[in-house]
Design a protein around this ligand. Sequence first.
Ligand code: ATP
Length: 518
Amino acid sequence: MTSKSMDKIMALAKRRGFIYQASEIYGGLNGFWDYGPLGAQLKKNLRDAWWQDVVLLPCGGAPGPNGEPVRVVPLDSTIIQHPKVWEASGHVAGFSDPMVDCRETKARYRFDHLFVFVPADGDRKGKPLFAYQPGTASEAKQQKKAEKAFGETKSVALASVPRDDWTHLLAPEAEKVGSLTEPRAFNLMFKTYVGATATEEDVAYLRPETAQGIFVQFKNVVDTTRVRVPFGIAQTGKAFRNEVTPRNFTFRSREFEQMEIEFFCHESEAADWYKFWRDTRVAWWKSLGLAGENLQLREHDRDELAHYAKNGAGTSDIEYRFPFTAPGFGELEGIAHRSNFDLSQHQTHARTNLEYFDSERGELLPNGSRKGEKYLPHVIEPSAGLDRGVLAVLCEAFTEDPSRPSPELLKFHPRLAPIKGAVFPLVNKDGMPEMSAKLHAELVKRFFRTGAIEHDAKQAIGRRYARMDEAGCPYCFTIDGDTAASQSVTVRDRDTGGQERIAIDRVSDWLAERLSAP
Ligand code: ATP
């Protein structure tokens, strides 16, 4: 089980310029976060890794379940779509969380986030029932009160407390019982107006997911490119949800970025593609360093499935054990068989035929060709959160080691590290600064596409290593008194602190091998 401290991770993220509160000088805005210089590059590296491994060379060139190369093409659709898109997708009617308000404290809670301490034997003895939100200060406080009132207690979901008993409920931080309202639906989509008049006719929404932009362009992509089913359309981009209780740092934000693939296939092949994508996506997160017991794959139970997925190939979540969910896990990516639900909804609402003509299916004709088959493809959707991915990578990389010059360091996978290497002159004399400046310039020229190469000539060498460890830089190269004579430098490994000597003219290739860079 992880024992990492979220407070320390957040403090380091702020101190070294990974993540800042949005609008911080105005007091911040709940649920919004900005990425600082190191965070912006880390996030870009994760997004680029996804793009490379999903779009440019899907699955590293390995074949799909049909034995052929996996085909995925990119798309970049708008954040604001025609409002009917969200009617068709079901978001206008259904994209809501039931909420309860506390009339006394004015706090608002997600209905499914509240739990209640009740007497273990069911006898309330005229005392209140104690509602709380797990993981907040209210939990311990309410538990103490409940134990005093009933002796033995147990915790149940608010949803299982009969409505008649709600008048006896003491809400978190409230003084009087019965202050919670009935659950009310709260739509999570941000509304805006398109055009100058701003009447109700002009209402539009900020997209709550990138997926629908893909579905509504499915036909254009088929008609204007040479892709044939099975193939995928992928896009990354911002999504917005007016989350009721944004929390846990960037985990639940109101503005976040998704990386989504909609993979279109024939219904008969959906189960195979579902398994393929599920396993491929787990392997991908592992390849970036989330390899240990903090990563798990969880298949959904049948009663958890979305209505359109009930008869499908399956739905699963790739989950990470964040310090704030431990010992439990939080979702990083969901892989769902969406059947042909979305295409069929858009086909009906837009009154446009979105069927695909598959010339390789259907009855075999005497001339050896096929008759063809028209159908709405089924969809396997691997939908990942970029911000949650960055957060998982940060948490996984965070390491405490009091014996090191920097007691806190970040062990990023070299592919993701925002600083790829650093070059130091041991001292600022005897030609060392000139040699290090030259090596630095050479490395920058080769590696600028994926991150920074730092040059630091200030302070004692131990302090410089410490600064790089804290920023997650995997390798430091030091020019010392022997460099001029031996034409070699020391390279120090962030994770082990170990040092070795390598030829100065080998440094660039040595680093490229470790970064798997060109
Ligand atoms: P949750 O149950 O945590 O609200 P979800 O099941 O609604 O998530 P999806 O609609 O499946 O999430 O979205 C796909 C991915 O988008 C999630 O796996 C997650 O990584 C990311 N995501 C969803 N909501 C948020 C959010 N509020 N903040 C950050 N990332 C999010």
